[in-house]
Design a protein around this ligand. Sequence first.
Ligand code: GAL
Length: 443
Amino acid sequence: MPRAHFAQPQLQLLMNALCRLVPALMQRATFIAATLLAPVAITAGEVEVLHYWTSGGEAKSVAELQVLMARRGHTWKDFTVAGGGGGKAMEVLKARVLAGQPPAAALIKGPTIQEWAELKALTHLDTMASFEKWDEVLPKVVADVMKHKGHYVAVPVNVHRVNWLWANTEVLRKAGVAAAPNSYDAFFAAADRIKAAGYIALAHGGQDWQDFTLFESIALGVGGADFYDKALVKLDRASLIGEDMRKVLQTFRRMKPYVDSQSSGRDWNATTDLVIRGKAGFQFMGDWAKGEFLAAGQTPGKEFICLSAPGTEQAYTFNVDSFAMFQLKGWEAQKAQGYLAYLLMGQEFQEKFNLRKGSIPVRLGLDMDKFDDCAKRSSQDFVRSAKTGALLPSVAHGMAVPPAAQAALRAAVAEFWNNDTITPQHTLAKLALVAAARAKQAL
Ligand code: GAL
C-alpha cells in the first residue's frame, strides 16, 4: 500500500473502518496505522458545521450527530444560519469561504455541490468512499449528485420526499372531511368544508421557497411526472410555457383564499405548528414537517396523517440533504472532518438521525422496522418511482437545476403568488425568459 496514495485523514478512516468491519484484521490495521502515522499525535479535533437546522425537530436530529461525534472525542462547533430552505445559509457560506475561513462541512445540496467543487473548494473523499463501498450502498441517482468529475466531494444523509400533504385528523373530522383528497377537485371541496368549519384550510408560509414547494407539488399533480421533468427540470420552453403550465398556475392561485392573513413571511415550522395545534387543516411540505409533528409528541395516523399531494401518488420528488467537505489546513481538523464524513454514512447515524428528521436513510438496504408508516411508504415509493421514471428531483429544494435558474423560477412564481394582478400570461412570459437563458447556458 504505497503511502503516497492516502491523505492522512483518509488513512485514519481506513483504519477505523478496518477495525470496525474486520476485527480479525485489527492487529494488522493497527500496525499499518502505527507505521504510517507514527509522527502524528492521534488526538481529537474540532469540526465546524454550517447548517440551517434550527427548528424543534431539526435541532433534535442534529443533536444525534453531536452525540456520536463527542463519543469519539471530537468537538462539534455549530455554525447555524437560521432560515428554512437554506437560502441565507448559502449567502453566509460564500462570505466565509471568500474570507478564507471555510467551515469543515456545510449542508449543501444538488447542483450547488458542483459549483463549489468547480471552485476547487472541496476535498475528495474517494478513498473512504471506495473502502466503505459508497457506490454500492447508495442509489445511483444520489451518488451521481455527490460526485464531481467522478470524485466524491459530499456525503448524503437522507432522502426527504417533498410531495406530501399533511393534515390534522381532528380538524378533518370536525369539518366532515371523510376521505383523503387525491385530486384537486377533492382537495378544494375539503378545503371549503374546513374553512366553513372555522379553521384555516391551508397552512402556508409566504416565503419564496415555500411558495415554490407548494407550486412544484401542484405542477406534478396537475401536469404529471413527464411534464414536471420537461418543464421544471429540463426547462424545455414548450413545456414551461404551454397549456399545462397555465393550468398549474391557475390551480396554484386557487389556493390563496384558503390561506390565513398572517401567512406572509411566516417560517415553515411556525406554519406546521398551526396544523399540529389544530388551527389549520392542511400543509403542503416535505417530510421535515413530520419531524415537527414527532417533536411535538404526535404520531402519524393518530393526530396527523401524511398524504401524497393530490395527483402525485405514483410520483416522488426527492430532496437529499448532504454535507460537502471543504479543504482544510491542519491534520487535527482534517481528521475530525474525515470522521464526520465516515459517521454520516454509517448505519447507526443514518437510522437515529432519520427517525427524528422525518426523512428516510439514503443508504440502501437498511432495516426500516423502527420507522413509522409515512417513512415506510416513502421508502417503498422511492424504489417504485425510480423504476417507472417518476422519481424526480425537487426544484424548490435545489436538487434539479443550478442555483441561478432556480432563483429565476422562484422569483417568477413568488411574484405570481404575491400579486393577484399578475396574469398567468405575464408569468408564462417570465418562464419563457428562463428557458431562453438556460438554452444559451446563461443560467
Ligand atoms: C430543506 C432541507 C431540509 C429542511 C428544510 C427546511 O431544503 O433539505 O432538511 O431543513 O429545507 O429548512
